[in-house]
Design a protein around this ligand. Structure first.
Ligand code: OOG
Ligand code: MG
Length: 254
């Protein structure tokens, strides 16, 4: 078995057993292309368990996230059906290692995309948007990683919640994005923090998807990335995310 396959299995097992592992890059250096190869093999194991690919997620699309995690490059990962948590459902902490939550915007793809599109062209390929919450749970000890480590670990993806889909508004600029625990505001950001415009994040997703051989199919979800820092989840939290004009969604922590 190749090293890449062995590492993909270690990451998949760590996620399934909710047990952290040491950073892979501290054992042996590997480059970004190898990191994406590990990610693809990692997700292949989920697919073999019958989990379909339902979308992609963009990461480190804002200064707030790059600063919090100490990295400085855009990353992307894959979303599978088992990561879906319904709006207002209960998230069980026992299934995760040290989960954090962040507030995002989600796009729903309406037409097949197999090439790089500009932000303007992307607008014709999306039929709905909504407020989303992403639950990230690095499989590495202490939530610490290099850029290559986090890419191999499918960009810390663990779960996501979508609010009700809304028609695409004229602009996604200047929208307040609030993350709450009950009525307490934990983070407030602006959609402008996401690459200047969330549509730019979707355009980047089309470029990266093409580069790494993924096709965006109608119905797929693209998470544009968080505009603020992520927060650790604790028992009894009641998390809500709200974006101006895009509605809200939430979940309870048990
Ligand atoms: C990596 C995931 C980054 C985002 O929205 O920027 C991400 C991490 O922070 O562990 O999902
Ligand atoms: Mg995210």
């Amino acid at each position: 078995m190749s090293t890449l396959q062995t590492w993909a299995q270690r990451l998949d097992q760590a996620a399934m057993q909710a047990t952290a592992i040491p950073q892979l890059s501290l054992q042996q250096a590997f480059d970004l292309d190898e990191a994406y190869a590990i990610q693809a093999l990692n997700i292949e194991q989920r697919k073999q368990r019958g989990q379909a690919l339902v979308g992609l997620k963009m990461g480190f699309t804002s200064q707030a996230k790059m600063k919090q995690m100490g990295v400085s490059d855009l990353i992307w990962g894959r979303l599978t059906q088992d990561m879906v948590l319904g709006d207002a459902e209960v998230l069980s902490l026992s299934k995760f290692i040290h989960p954090r939550v962040e507030i995002e915007v989600a796009f729903r793809i309406s037409e097949r995309i197999d090439r790089e599109l500009s932000a303007e062209e992307c607008k014709g390929k999306v039929d709905a948007v909504c407020t989303a919450l992403e639950i990230i749970d690095s499989r590495y000890e202490n939530f610490k990683f290099s850029l290559e480590d986090v890419v191999a670990d499918n960009c810390s993806s663990a779960a996501f919640v979508l609010g009700p889909w809304k028609p695409v508004p004229d602009t996604l600029n200047g929208l307040n994005m609030g993350l709450y625990n009950r009525e307490t505001l934990m983070e407030m950001g602006s959609s402008d923090g996401i690459m200047g415009d969330p549509w730019a994040s979707l355009a980047a997703a089309t470029r990266l998807a093409q580069r790494y051989g993924e096709i965006l199919e109608p119905g797929m979800v693209i998470l544009a990335g968080a505009s603020t820092a992520a927060h650790f989840l604790e028992p009894a939290m009641q998390i809500k995310g709200a974006v101006d004009g895009l509605g809200a969604c939430g979940f309870q922590v048990a």
